[in-house]
Structure formats: C-alpha cells, structure tokens
Design a protein around this ligand. Structure first.
Ligand code: SIN
Ligand code: CO
Length: 395
C-alpha cells in the first residue's frame, strides 16, 4: 500500500480489507471493535510520512490560534500549562519529562487533513480532531482514560502503550490533570512508526515515550448526556421565540403576601409548556443536532479574504480550479438542511446538491461545479467564499 503524507489511497469500500485496519474491512472493524474493544494494528500506514515534523509541531504550539498544552513531570509533580508557548518553554531542565500536545492540527495543514480522511469510513459527524503530541524520551501524560474513541497512530520514534480493562476509573486527587489512582495494566505494546492502536472510550491507557516521539491521535467525540443537554439548553435559549405573557386577571387578595400559591405555580406551568413542547420536537432536535455537530470550537477564527475577488472573477476561477472547504470548516447535512459551521441552511435544488457533494468530499472539481452551475448556486458559493468558509481550489 503506497502512502503520501499518511494518506492511504483507494479505501472507500466498507467491505474491502483495509491496510489501515490491519487487513480487516471497515464493516468488520465496526462490528467487532468499534466502541467494544481495543485493536492493535501493526504497520497501519506503511512508510508513514507524518504531516508535520517535530519542529513544525513545536512551532504550531507557539501560535495563538492553536490550542496547545505543555505537560511536565518532575518525579510526582505534574504541571499543565496552556499555550501559546515560546521557544524557551521547550527547554526545561533535563530532569523534567515533558510533552507538548496540539489539538485540531487538521486546521493548519492540508497533509494533516488528508490523514484524517483515512477515517472517512466513520461519519464525519463523529470526528472531533486530530491531535499531535511531542514527548521527550521517558515522558507521557500519565495513566488515564478518555471519553472519546481514539486511534493512536505512532509517528516518529517509539512509544510503549499499556492498557487495562479495569473498571476502577478513580482519579488521583489534587493533580492538575486526569491521572488514574490505581492503574493496573493488563496488556502492553511497543508502537513503532506507522503502528496504530484503537481504543474505545473509557479504556485506561498509559503511553510512555521510549525515545523522543510524535504520536498522532484521531479522536471521535462521544458527548455525555449532560454535555449534550447543556448544549441543547444553550441552543434553546438562543432560538426560542414563544408567545404569551404572565397574566392573573383572576388574582385574589391574600393574607400571606410572601406565599407563592398554587394558582401562580399553575400559571408558570402553563407558560413553560412551550419549552417542553419545543424540547420534544423532533424538528428542533434535528436542527440542533446539525448545528451542534458543526459548531466551531471557541478558539476557531475564520479568515475572510483580505482582497476578495469580484463574484465574476470568483465564478471564472472556480470553473477553472474548483473549490475546496477551508481547513477549519465543518459541513454536514441531513435530509432537510445543510449545516455550515454551526448554522442551518435550508438549501434546495442545485445549491443543496452541490453543498452535499462539497460536504462529503470537501472539494469540488471545476467540472463538478459546471454540472450544477446556476446563478443562485454561484451566488451562494460566493457568499461562502466571502465568509471564509471555502476557497478556490489549489490545483
Ligand atoms: C499523548 O499523545 O501523549 C496522549 C494521547 C492519549 O493518551 O490520549
Ligand atoms: Co488518552
């Protein structure tokens, strides 16, 4: 299997055996391992060329638009700091073991985005991010568990992974990061460049750098009920428009002026009925789902073109070079809507068809655009270009 910057070619079919999954098909992987048990895949990406070098990762951790953390350990003293960092932060004393982690690397590198695309057999809606860590020999972030599915792909160097099926997930108190109090590894593997370990949520694990190393983590979100419900309540707060107002034309005089009486409680129940109805509405939940799943993280900023093309020039260039989504853009769709970066669009006809294609493939060829060409479609795409959602193709 050939590879370029970690992109494995020709692997769309869900029933064909995939080198990425150690020779099993996506269907078998999903049936037997996904969310069920760990899988170690030797040589998942043969001749793996990492999207970024150590130097590029450390440079990324110095940017203020990237989310990065520096975890240091001095015997039993753990510290966590948040970026952006300066070069000096990466020269701690020799006795200190340190790891730098950068989230959402796919926002900064086309090659990193291509690496993510190897996992397209899983719906994009589940993808959280591609994270990279650089660790000096001996370093790690301690035994812990994550609440998402993760593929840990070894870049340069070697890492020892210890995993455990333990149910005891209690954490050490008073530490700035999540470290298990009683980690009892049941299996252990040394991963070399191109090897990959899949872990379902809540599997205890501990990665120790055998040599200085880069590890790429493809994380898939699995939100907790609490997290999802809080997000839904935020969504309702922003979108609810309910009619009516408190009224008590039947008010009776009282001898207990501080008392909230039954009549008043009933009026509140009736007023709040609207919230209950909306929160049960399938249409509202469908719309929330797409908005939630495409909502950019708080630190993400979309850059709009400094000198935007005119709409005519945009149309001509799009017809010649195609279009591609900005690396930070998330587009998903359901039967009714297309969701772009947290907003629901009710696109119809050609606009809908083109957006669906763009969402699935993240780019459109010139001929793909010509197929759908129409005034409203180009106008819609031009607006997306002005908003920094997409750009003229690079090729
Ligand atoms: C790391 O890359 O150091 C940590 C990844 C993880 O354990 O999830
Ligand atoms: Co982890």
């Amino acid at each position: 299997m050939s590879s370029t910057h970690g992109k494995v070619r020709n692997q769309n079919s869900s029933s064909r055996s995939l080198a990425l999954l150690g020779g099993i098909s996506a269907d078998v992987f999903l049936r037997d391992y996904w969310q069920k048990k760990p899988l170690l895949i030797r040589n998942a990406i043969h001749d793996f060329v990492a999207p970024l070098s150590k130097k590029e990762v450390l440079t990324l951790a110095r940017r203020d638009d990237a989310e990065s953390r520096l975890i240091t350990r001095d015997t039993n003293m753990w510290r966590i700091e948040h970026g952006p960092f300066s070069a000096r932060d990466f020269r701690p004393p020799k006795t200190i073991l340190w790891t730098v982690l950068v989230q959402d690397v796919q926002h900064f590198s086309h090659e990193a985005h291509e690496l993510l695309e190897n996992f397209n057999f899983i719906p994009q809606a589940r993808i959280d991010d591609l994270m990279v860590s650089y660790a000096v020999a001996g370093a790690g972030v301690g035994p812990h568990f994550d609440s998402y599915d993760v593929f840990l792909l070894q870049g340069s160097g070697r890492r020892r992974w210890q995993i455990s099926s333990q149910k005891d997930l209690r954490l050490k108190a008073d530490l700035p990061l999540k470290v298990l109090s009683h980690f009892k590894p049941t299996e252990e593997f040394i991963l070399n460049t191109g090897d990959m370990l899949y872990l379902p949520p809540s599997v205890a694990h501990n990665g120790i750098a055998e040599t200085e190393c880069l590890t790429w983590s493809v994380g898939f979100r699995a939100p907790s009920t609490q997290e999802l419900s809080m997000a839904f309540l935020d969504y309702l707060r922003d979108s609810l428009q309910l009619p009516g107002q408190y009224a008590d034309r039947d008010l009776k005089s009282t001898r207990h002026p501080a008392k909230i009486d039954i009549a008043m409680q009933r009026r509140f129940v009736n007023l709040l009925d609207g919230v209950r109805n909306v929160s049960r509405s399938k249409a509202a939940i469908r719309q929330f789902t797409g908005c939630y799943l495409t909502e950019p993280k708080t630190h993400v900023v979309f850059e709009t073109p400094e000198m935007p093309l005119s709409s005519d020039a945009f149309g001509k260039l799009a017809m010649r070079h195609g279009l591609e989504l900005d690396l930070k853009t998330r587009v998903l769709y359901d039967d009714e809507h297309v969701f772009i970066n947290g907003e629901a669009k009710t696109a119809i006809g050609g606009v809908r068809a083109i957006l669906r294609e763009l969402a699935d493939r993240r780019s459109l060829t010139a001929s793909g655009i010509a197929k759908f060409e129409s005034g409203p479609t180009l106008a819609f795409l031009y607006q997306c270009y002005c908003d920094g959602v997409l750009a003229i193709g690079r090729h």
